[in-house]
Design a protein around this ligand. Structure first.
Ligand code: ADP
Ligand code: ZN
Length: 210
């Protein structure tokens, strides 16, 4: 199964991607995580991406398209994959179509803007493995420590309120058109984000297993 997860920043794409990854045993590919890893390792790609990301802007299409193209060639993608955070623009979706990758389903996780800011302010990510947590909705067992790897969990720089506003603006302007794009392709399934993560998870699993 080849899946795309769509949704605003903070809609819970990463959390849902982890759930599907375990349920279907296919890798979750997060362009955001790949870019953050590049920043951590101070690669030329990371240095370039950082300025965009810190400002809440999208990294240029050409860069992320190349990252994804390479990632999809890895062996672990043979039985399927979940794309978390790609595509984010219509040109990225078109590039994916041109790669001759069949997409089975696009799950759009919908959460109202008002809820996004609160969610993002409580979000924490593991510095080492990228796992995501939330101080309120999905706390790690020990505060500040990743359940999965024991790494340190931190707040992302772009989860600062001003940057969140810009990310939402960018989402509505550049990513939301993809809802129309994949509706027309007959692939869109909408999942309403719930108060409780477990409830959203149940809906997501239903959407991909049905
Ligand atoms: P979120 O969905 O919470 O915004 P991500 O980790 O998916 O977080 O992305 C973080 C940042 O990485 C984005 O704000 C953007 O700058 C960059 N990024 C990730 N994926 C893409 C993409 N497909 N196209 C352009 N920029 C991207
Ligand atoms: Zn970790």
């Amino acid at each position: 199964m080849n899946l795309i997860l769509l949704g605003a920043p903070g809609a819970g794409k990463g959390t849902q991607a982890e759930v599907i990854c375990k349920a279907l045993n296919i890798p979750a590919i997060s362009t955001g995580n790949i870019l953050r890893e590049a920043i951590k390792n101070q690669t030329p790609l990371g240095m370039e991406a950082k300025t965009y990301m810190d400002g809440g802007k999208l990294v240029p299409d050409e860069i992320v398209i190349n990252i994804l193209k390479e990632r999809l060639q890895a062996d672990d993608c043979k039985n399927g994959f979940i794309l978390d955070g790609f595509p984010r623009t219509v040109p990225q979706a078109e590039a994916l179509d041109q790669m001759n990758v069949r997409i089975d389903r696009v799950v759009d996780i919908e959460v109202a803007d008002e809820k996004i800011t609160a969610r993002l302010s409580g979000r924490r990510v593991c510095e080492s493995c990228g796992a995501s947590y939330h101080t309120q909705y999905k706390p790690s067992k020990v505060e500040g420590v990743c359940d999965a790897c024991g790494g340190k969990t931190v707040q992302r720089k772009d989860d600062h309120p001003d940057t969140v506003k810009e990310r939402l603006r960018v989402y509505h302007e550049q990513t939301e058109p993809l809802i129309d794009y994949y509706t027309k392709a007959g692939k869109l399934v909408v999942v309403e984000g719930q108060e409780e993560v477990a409830d959203t998870t149940a809906l997501t699993l239903k959407a991909v297993e049905a």
